[in-house]
Ligand binder design. Structure first.
Ligand SMILES: Cc1cc2nc3c(=O)[nH]c(=O)nc-3n(C[C@H](O)[C@H](O)[C@H](O)COP(=O)(O)OP(=O)(O)OC[C@H]3O[C@@H](n4cnc5c(N)ncnc54)[C@H](O)[C@@H]3O)c2cc1C
Length: 380
């Protein structure tokens, strides 16, 4: 099926992204995986290329477009290249909307130019050792001390946790307020009492730094409150739909790419004197995955269209997220199997895609939580 989503300007942007990946990312990727972190130069290069802050107004150095199809192209190309380490999607699609949508004019002037030129790398810190799916369990808290907030607590599993210059921290500002007592505080690199823990050792996405963060009596200036005091829950709910769509977009791109690689492999690899592709079981495997990918592709593209028109709701974003990521997981497993022992070798793209992709059903809200959101909307 021919995709209807893109216009010639998106195709041109795709060429730009591919050239950027070939020039600035892929030659360094093996080193970044060894280091457990990408280079700051890569972020700078992304800024120079105009790949950061696509939705940020032009006056702050951004792309000035609300057309999510550009973000879609970016996610698809980074996924196909097997390069999730340089987390442009997290910066642009997940964190960007908090800054463009909630920041005051003064905050925008302070943060957005650096956000767009790659000198201010961002992270968002919700999860804690005792609170992941259930944000009501958050214990990190900030006390109102007049001209500043006094922040104490810890976070874990934070993407960009080591490299980030600005961290949006979800903290309790009204202890008895439950989910309605949480606020977003922006903690900047160098703040006294802000410490980074280990760069966590993951099974995949080795070039992506994921870290623990600690806050010991950090004085966060009052002017670093983002959005409404005690309003974090609402802000998170507003922005999580785009995060989930962005994950779904990369999930279906990953599944399609795995299928392409595997289709070529089974045509070339011979067993019992003939290519694997001649066996009925193998053809059925490919046929089933191709069908599931085609159906999922149609739905995800439609969600992107709806999002561009401002009409994607939390429920459909949740459907796209759990369905596409579970498909990615199944396809990765089946494609690895079809590669036999080679599929288990790290040098094969299918092996990397298997481990890199495994997180997709977990972060950004687990599959189970997505189903809760959908089920609640239908049954309450
Ligand atoms: C590589 C990586 C990057 C991450 N990046 C970030 C980041 O940048 N910022 C950030 O804040 N967090 C980040 N996270 C954290 C991630 O969002 C959480 O791990 C995720 O939300 C799940 O929380 P948890 O790990 O505490 O699992 P838990 O909430 O303890 O869940 C454990 C299991 O129980 C299930 N479960 C929980 N509640 C229910 C329920 N009500 N009904 C049915 N099943 C349920 C879950 O689905 C899961 O299968 C990252 C995690 C990883 C691994």
């Amino acid at each position: 099926m021919k995709r209807q989503l893109f216009a010639p300007e998106h195709d041109a942007f795709r060429e730009t992204v591919r050239a950027f990946l070939a020039r600035e990312v892929l030659p360094h990727y093996a080193q970044w995986e060894k280091d457990g972190i990408v280079s700051r130069e890569a972020w700078r290069a992304a800024g120079k290329q105009g790949l950061l802050g696509l939705a940020v107004p032009e006056e702050f150095g951004g792309g000035g477009t609300s057309d999510f199809r550009y973000a879609t192209v970016l996610a698809e190309e980074f996924t196909r290249a097997g390069a999730p380490g340089l987390a442009l999607g997290l910066h642009n699609d997940v964190i960007g909307p908090y800054l463009t949508g909630l920041a005051t004019d003064e905050q925008k002037r302070r943060w957005l130019p650096g956000f767009c030129d790659g000198s201010l790398i961002t992270a968002i810190a919700m999860t804690e050792p005792g609170a992941g799916s259930d944000l009501q369990g958050i214990r990190t808290h900030a006390e109102d001390r007049g001209d500043h907030w006094l922040l104490n607590g810890s976070k874990t599993f934070i993407s960009n946790g080591i490299i980030a210059d600005l961290v949006i921290v979800v903290a309790k500002t009204t202890p008895e307020g439950g989910a309605r007592g949480l606020s977003l505080l922006v903690v900047e690199r160098g703040a006294e009492g802000f410490e980074r823990g280990r760069n966590l050792d993951k099974i995949g996405q080795k070039a992506q730094d994921t870290a623990e963060l600690f806050f010991h009596d950090v004085r966060v200036p009052k002017e670093n409150l983002l959005g409404e005091r005690d309003g974090a829950f609402g802000h998170l709910m507003t922005n999580l739909a785009q995060e989930r769509l962005s994950i779904a977009v990369s999930a279906i791109a990953a599944a399609e790419h795995l299928l392409e690689i595997t289709t070529e492999y089974v045509k070339e690899r011979e067993a019992f004197g003939r290519p694997l592709a001649t066996k009925q079981h193998i053809r059925f495997e490919i046929a089933e995955m191709a069908t599931e990918c085609a159906v999922t592709r149609t739905f995800v593209d439609r969600c992107v269209e709806d999002h561009c028109d401002g009409g994607l709701d939390a429920v459909h974003a949740s459907m796209a997220k759990w369905w596409a990521t579970e498909l990615q997981k199944r396809v990765a497993d089946r494609c690895l199997q079809l590669h036999g022992g080679y599929g288990y070798m790290s040098e094969y793209p299918v092996a990397r895609a298997f481990t890199d992709g495994r997180i997709q059903t977990i972060y950004g809200g687990t599959t189970e939580i997505m189903k809760e959101i959908i089920g609640r909307s239908l049954l309450s």
